[in-house]
Design a protein around this ligand. Structure first.
Ligand code: SF4
Length: 951
């Protein structure tokens, strides 16, 4: 401990590394006495969102108990800072309601009866069932379904070692529309904006307060602002992000692409675009639009054709669509043009995940980057693939030979990720069944739309043979599992992570801090659960052991990938798995470790993170080496191919890698869209979402010419749905909650525990509603009841409700999270007709943690997502979250938190949306374009339909 100094120099932002082994602080509980406490600080990585910020666990040297978490100053992305969710890890690890031992159901599925079991029994049961499925050629019946992964690569490797196509993810309810918009341009499915060096930043979501890479990005956005960058935010809601902006554009939801294309038109018409960049780095020569063909024409003629094509996107048209004033659109377009190559932006959820056609705003936004030449530049838009670093493990299994149609069905050949939210409907249609199902730190019953269809699927043992919920906490989904298997939080597990946080590449190492510390002090553990609370395990060791249980003698060819690289035949340890990667696959790490007399693994255990490089700009300009160029051919369009596969492109006289698209350039014109039955979308376009004014009118029986049934399904209201029609925005995040992962973080729930219905005063007047009034919101499949909150922070005609709240529990006290959920009565009152009523909300309770007696809040919010039908976008496959709803004041029979859903109606809505899709095959009898990325990519032959042959 440093002595107090009047000038404050004794205060340190973070403890310096040399003091991590004995960090001294005064015990706040002993105050006013000055009692010193000695801590050992062990780095790990936060597991509460995908940002992967670096944390330090403060472990009391006397008790061995983790007392708090703070930022790790040695982590290059988070730089010692955390958001509220990082330090709240302390609540999660000491939560008295958490799952501590593997549990097995002891009554019918969903009845809530559990008994403790052993990890050996779990491995034996799942090992036997999975082995049999694989041996009987039923590999598709084994499915791993992940929420936010919080880890890179190990699961993909595991599933490929098993030879199955079984990876499912939540991404299609999260970000896949934005991903499609980006990847059509440059193959990378997300941006890495260089906010810190930008001169103008445009955010199409609440990225500053709750973005995907929230804390690291927020720091860089503020760095950029401090250095003089202007910030503009497009959001129908006055979010905290919008309140920090220089310009707030409250667009009517779903019209964002119209505004962006109007900005592009201004930049084109005023000739303020970077012509040299567009000519050099886009595939303009392939453009075919409105009868014009660029091939053989001058670049200038192509620009004229583009100007003509976008002529209708006047700022006045965009104003009419969006509500944003034409002069604001023009002003911002000019500011973007002035920023030029230092224009940064982000779009992840928001308009992309809310709207039908939500992939178009990302595509239109990229057009602004292309026109300003701000791709790959300092202060501009970089590709995530350039800023994320995923080291290779010691031995990689070959890609699987199979294609699982429950994951990638034929109807949505351009979906970027698995069509996971439709799984109950697929099983209802008889497309398959599941023998062994793992939900991994994931709660689809609560997080997905149409959760009652999930309950119906999960409770049906014909459809789902065996279900394990791998989770640190009890959840609505775990309730319907056969096994609940406790997995560790941030400080109880190993994972390796990297994200595109800034202009640099880094890795962060999550580690079980108690095990690490005790091993440093001479103890030895075979498995992490021996050092964790109870028998909480970690997934790495679980998958290694399960792989051995599936293939105990190695005869299936699985076990070899889970054997020690140093001692073949012996089981792989986590030290060996990560140690090998750090030794061989992370450039610069062995040298950095050597300088300190450490092995690379010791270095990562000591610091928890490593910056690999900062040389990240303009990766597309990297020259092809002589080895790359051996046996290549230059095609007529300048693409360099090797064995018929594009590997680069000629730019002038130079062969460079370019982008990973078919043209190896930024694809202004997407031939892929034409080839896959969407010829009207070869260029960035705007089309009207399912919640556009025209669709709203159509839902009230007033069909206008603006309503286009080729893209927008009709709405059929349930008989008893009354009230005025509104657009509901259900997807905005609260910065301090984590979907369903924060239910056991009392510090976070103390801050946020209500999700009222936002109403503009214009609308509250129409509805005769005041703040606190009970409102009934009807969806196409049911309704929910909640309180109104009247606010001017929202566009009129639109209502909003945050999706983070509304947790519920079926049992009052057992196997539940009491501080964040309402105790409910759940009934199936008719076939597929579900009613939920809150019996009791949150209240203080006795537990080993005295804080639970001090719970003062008495609300858990209302679960709205469960009343939404599925809306698969016909192109991207993304669930379109925004809802057309009818809103009225609640009746005398209605109570706060009431929910009703008819899953027969939800199946009908699914059918209406599915009918808009344009299914595979595409050219050559392909299931999906070969160049578009796929999670856990199978071998190429699996991409062809009908006997896996090219036709
Ligand atoms: S942004 Fe917050 S929740 Fe996400 S990793 Fe960082 S500290 Fe954790």
């Amino acid at each position: 401990m440093t002595d107090f100094k009047r000038d404050g120099s004794h205060l340190a932002f973070c403890p310096p590394v040399e003091k991590w082994d004995d960090w001294v602080e005064l015990d706040p509980e002993a105050w006013p006495r000055r009692v010193e406490r000695h801590y050992q600080l062990v780095p790990t990585v936060c597991f509460n969102c995908e940002s992967a910020c670096g944390m330090l666990a403060y472990i009391d040297k006397e008790t061995g108990r983790v007392e708090k978490f703070e930022g790790n100053p040695m982590h290059p992305a988070s730089r010692g800072r955390l958001c509220a969710k990082g330090p709240a890890t302390i609540n999660q690890i000491h939560d008295p309601d958490r799952v501590l031992y593997p549990m097995k159901r002891s009554g019918p599925r969903g009845a809530g009866k559990w008994e403790r079991t052993s990890w050996d029994e779990v491995l034996e049961t799942f090992g036997t069932r999975i082995r049999k499925a694989i041996q009987e050629n039923r590999g598709e019946e084994v499915m791993y379904h992940v929420g936010r992964p919080g880890a890179d690569f190990i699961m993909e490797r595991t599933l490929q070692a098993w030879g199955i196509d079984g990876h499912n993810s939540h991404t299609n309810v999260c970000s896949s529309s934005a991903r499609l918009g980006y990847l059509l341009w440059h193959h990378a499915d997300r941006p890495s904006p260089d906010h810190a060096n930008a001169r103008f930043i445009l955010l199409l979501s609440a990225h500053l307060e709750s973005g995907h890479y929230f804390n690291p990005h927020a720091q860089r956005i503020i760095d950029g602002k401090m250095a003089g960058a202007k910030l503009a935010v497009m959001d129908p809601r006055l979010s905290n992000t919008a309140s920090m902006a220089d310009y707030w554009m409250p667009t009517y939801p779903g019209t964002e692409a119209a505004v962006l294309l109007a900005m592009a038109k201004v930049i084109l018409d005023e000739n303020r675009f970077d012509a040299a960049f567009v000519q050099k780095w886009t595939n303009w020569e392939e453009l075919e639009v409105d009868g014009f063909q660029a091939r053989g024409q001058a670049f200038e003629a192509t620009i004229e054709a583009l100007k003509k094509h976008y002529a209708g996107f006047t700022p006045q048209f965009a104003e009419k669509e969006s509500g944003v004033k034409a002069e604001v659109i023009v002003k911002i377009a000019r500011e973007i043009a002035t920023a030029g190559s230092r224009f940064a932006s982000h779009l992840w959820r928001g308009s992309a995940s809310g709207n039908l056609g939500g992939w178009q705003p990302a595509r239109a936004l990229m057009l602004l980057h292309v026109l300003t030449g701000s791709v790959g530049t300092e202060g501009g838009h970089n590709l995530n693939a350039w800023n994320k670093f995923v080291p290779k493990p010691y031995k990689s299994p070959p890609p699987q030979k199979r294609w699982n149609e429950l994951l990638y069905p034929q109807e949505w050949p351009l979906c970027t990720h698995e069509m996971s939210f439709l799984l109950p409907h697929f099983l209802k249609e008889g497309r398959g069944r599941i023998e062994a199902y793992f939900t991994r730190v994931f709660n689809p019953v609560w997080t997905y739309p149409d959760g009652f269809s999930w309950i119906e699927m999960l409770r049906d043992e014909e459809k789902v043979g065996l279900h394990a919920a791998l989770t640190p906490t009890w959840s609505e989904t775990a309730w319907f599992a056969d096994y609940v298997l406790p997995m560790g939080f941030s400080s109880e597990r190993h994972d390796l992570m990297s994200q595109e946080s800034y202009a640099g590449r880094w890795i962060g190492f999550r580690q079980p801090v108690n095990r690490v510390l005790r091993e440093r002090n001479g103890e030895k553990f075979e498995y992490t659960y021996q050092a964790n609370p109870g028998e909480v395990w970690e997934e790495d060791e679980f998958w290694i052991n399960l792989s051995w249980a599936i293939d105990p003698d190695g005869s299936m060819g699985i076990r070899e990938y889970f054997e020690s690289p140093q001692q073949p035949g012996k089981k792989l340890t986590v030290d060996e798995y990560y140690g090998w990667m750090f030794d061989h696959s992370v450039p610069g790490l062995p040298e950095a470790a050597k300088k300190e007399g450490l092995t690379p693994l010791e270095y990562m255990r000591k610091y928890g993170a490593f910056e690999v490089t900062r040389d990240v700009y303009k990766q597309n300009e990297k020259a092809l080496s002589a080895t790359d160029l051996a046996d290549t051919k230059i095609e007529a369009n300048g693409v360099v191919t090797k064995a018929s596969k594009p590997i680069g492109v000629m730019v002038g006289e130079k062969a460079v890698v370019g982008y990973n698209t078919p043209s190896r350039k930024l694809e202004l014109f997407s031939k892929t869209m034409a080839d896959w039955k969407w010829p009207e979308f070869t260029l960035p376009e705007y089309y009207r979402s399912h919640i556009h004014r025209a669709a709203r009118e159509a839902s009230e029986g007033r069909l206008s010419d603006d309503f286009d049934p080729r893209y927008v399904p009709t709405v059929e209201w349930p008989k008893d749905a009354h009230g005025a029609v509104y657009t509901l925005l259900p997807i905005f995040r609260l910065p301090n909650l984590i979907h369903s992962r924060s239910g056991n973080a009392k510090f976070l729930y103390e801050i946020s525990h209500k999700n009222p219905l936002w109403l503009n005063p214009v609308d509250s007047k129409k509805l005769n509603a005041r703040t606190g009034d009970l409102m009934k919101v009807h969806t196409e499949i049911g309704y929910f009841v909640l309180h109104a909150w009247v606010t001017e922070g929202l566009t009129p005609g639109v209502v909003a409700c945050s999706h983070h709240l509304g947790r519920w529990r079926i049992d009052k006290d057992e196997q539940v999270e009491r501080m964040s959920s309402a105790w409910v009565d759940l009934k199936e009152v008719g076939k597929g007709q579900w009613k939920m009523r809150q019996l009791e909300s949150v209240s203080p309770y006795d537990s080993p943690d005295p804080e639970t007696k001090r719970v003062w809040w008495s609300d858990a919010g209302v679960h709205q997502d469960i009343t939404f039908p599925v809306h698969p976008d016909p192109v991207s496959g993304m669930h379109c979250w925004h809802q057309m709803v009818r809103v009225e004041k609640a009746g005398s029979e209605d109570r706060y938190g009431d929910i009703f859903v008819d899953t027969n109606l939800s199946f009908a809505v699914y059918q209406r949306w599915k009918a808009l899709a344009r299914p595979a095959p595409g050219p050559n009898n392909l299931r999906r374009p070969l160049w578009i990325p796929r999670v856990v990519r199978p071998e190429e032959s699996a991409y062809y339909m009908n006997g896996n042959e090219k036709k």
